[in-house]
Design a protein around this ligand. Structure first.
Ligand SMILES: Cc1ncc(COP(=O)(O)O)c(C=O)c1O
Length: 394
């Protein structure tokens, strides 16, 4: 058996008719750049989150850049962010003229450590970009308290956390602005690049929309950039959005099954969910001291795994100029050689999950998990059986 890391084609097959119809509509209408499908998605996504405004753009990286410019970042301003993220979170700070201040992460959750934020704040610090990494909300209660105390703005990087909740409140609604990626593999993914910034601040939303569209159509009130969501991506997202909750529930069932099968296996640490948080499992990341050997074992067995990410950001050549060493970010540094992301997506079958778990169990010398046991399948498996039947039928 081979197990891909994600299977976007399997998802497409479950919604093929709707997707094909939506794409044909965009082509029939020649609604390629912005247009009614984009307007509809902006409205629907804002409604799904309970925010006033959604400003769509070309991708999640642009969304952070646009938000930083919208908040008026000035040369020399310092912005605090997590040492453990995808580089979009930090590269955009530099591109917008700011200086990156990295913080270490929490031992259990991989998200930014609020105590380290307090330590890093200087008189030049203007804002914080927490990342809801892997689908787990950062500690927004502590982060907002720090931001309010020091008069800092907050941009939530929600690229991996569509509809995740912190204390019952959806992420993306805590800070001044939040950014999303709709990259194809994300929990809500387009069929190409797409992204957005959301906010309750009308003035900020207007500024970001103008900036992202060449500083205004017709009347250029400023120099902007060209960062637009295209109609095809919006039409696809409009089809997918109504399925997002069911897909998120399916991801949670997959994670719970991995938790169960990998409990007590070798030195494997399965993902911890912080109290009062609803994790959406964009990624299911285990930790082990035998990461490289396990990675090799799973690859040989036909199971695709990924390192998210091979290094913590401060240790890439791009940030050598900051002169950081391992002791500056001990948690993020230790995690970079221990983390391994296992396959997770709503359509993964219970047989595949059992196979992945059994390969890990075998690697650590445990007996197999009786993956032929159909208890999980009877409970509904990753996706409700009707969808599984549909996807295997097409
Ligand atoms: C945490 C994080 N921030 C930002 C981004 C940027 O999104 P995009 O790829 O749409 O530019 C990503 C995408 O992988 C991400 O994972």
């Amino acid at each position: 058996m081979t197990v891909p890391f994600v299977d976007l084609h399997a998802q497409y097959l479950t919604i093929k008719q709707e997707i094909d119809r939506a794409i044909a509509e965009v082509i029939a209408e020649s609604a390629y750049i912005r247009g009614p499908h984009v307007d509809a998605f902006e409205e629907a996504w804002a409604r799904a989150l309970g925010v006033k405004r959604c400003v769509s753009c070309a991708n999640g990286t642009d969304a952070i850049y646009i938000a930083l410019r919208g908040l008026g970042l000035r040369p020399g301003d310092e912005v605090i962010t997590s040492a453990h993220s995808w580089i979009s979170t930090s590269e955009t700070i530099t591109q917008a003229g700011g200086r990156v201040l990295f913080c270490d992460t929490d031992e259990e959750t991989f998200t930014i450590d609020p105590a380290d934020i307090e330590r890093k704040i200087t008189s030049a610090t203007v804002g914080i970009i927490p990342v809801h990494l892997y689908g787990q909300p950062a500690d927004m209660g502590a982060i907002m308290a720090i931001a309010n105390k020091h008069n800092l703005w907050v941009i939530e990087d929600c690229a991996q956390a569509h509809l995740a909740k912190y204390k019952g409140q959806v992420v993306g609604t805590f800070g001044n602005v939040a950014t999303f990626s709709f990259y194809p593999g994300k929990n809500l993914g387009a069929y190409g690049d797409a992204g957005c910034a959301v906010t309750n601040d009308d003035r900020l939303a207007d500024w970001m929309a103008t900036f992202a569209r060449h500083g205004g159509k017709g009347e250029h009130v400023m120099e902007g950039i060209n960062s637009r969501m295209d109609g095809l991506q919006a039409a696809i997202l409009n089809v997918k959005l109504p399925h997002l909750l069911a897909w998120t529930e399916a991801r949670r069932r997959v994670a719970a099954r991995y938790d169960e099968l990998l409990s007590g296996v070798g030195d494997v640490i399965t993902p911890k969910v912080a109290p009062d948080c609803d994790h959406v499992y964009h990624l299911y990341v285990i930790r082990t001291g035998k990461r490289d050997e396990l990675w090799q074992h799973l690859t040989t067995a036909g199971i695709a795994t990924v390192l998210n990410y091979p290094k913590a950001l401060p240790f890439y050549p791009a940030y050598a100029y900051l002169g950081h060493g391992p002791t500056d970010f001990p948690v993020a540094f230790a995690n970079q050689s221990r983390i391994l992301s296992l396959p997770i997506y709503p359509e993964i079958t219970d047989e595949m999950i059992g196979f992945v778990a059994d390969q890990i169990r075998a690697f650590f010398g445990h007996r197999l998990s009786a993956s032929s046991d159909d208890t999980f399948a009877r409970r509904g498996g990753p996706l409700p059986s009707v969808l599984r039947r549909l996807s295997s039928a097409v």
